[in-house]
Write a new protein. Sequence first.
Length: 95
Amino acid sequence: MAISKRRSYNLNQEGTYMAKASDKQGILIQNLVDAGFDSQTVWACLCLVEEGRQAQLLRILAQQKDALLDTVHQSQRQIDCLDFLVYQIKRGNVF
């Protein structure tokens, strides 16, 4: 897949660019943006696709997934702490 230099994609976090179903490159860009990649990393991923470097691209995607899962797990621990605090308050163990 060749990277089109004539297209201008909006790679901001608001996701204002919306790819057409037939636009494989646009779909890839939108998916990367939606997965939380910044514009520099999106561009690097596009270059890897163009160069056929699938293994390196998959490593980058796995690293992003790990980072997102770390965030989810941290948020879950915080929710668990809040649940425990609410439980303790309702039992009268805080006030």
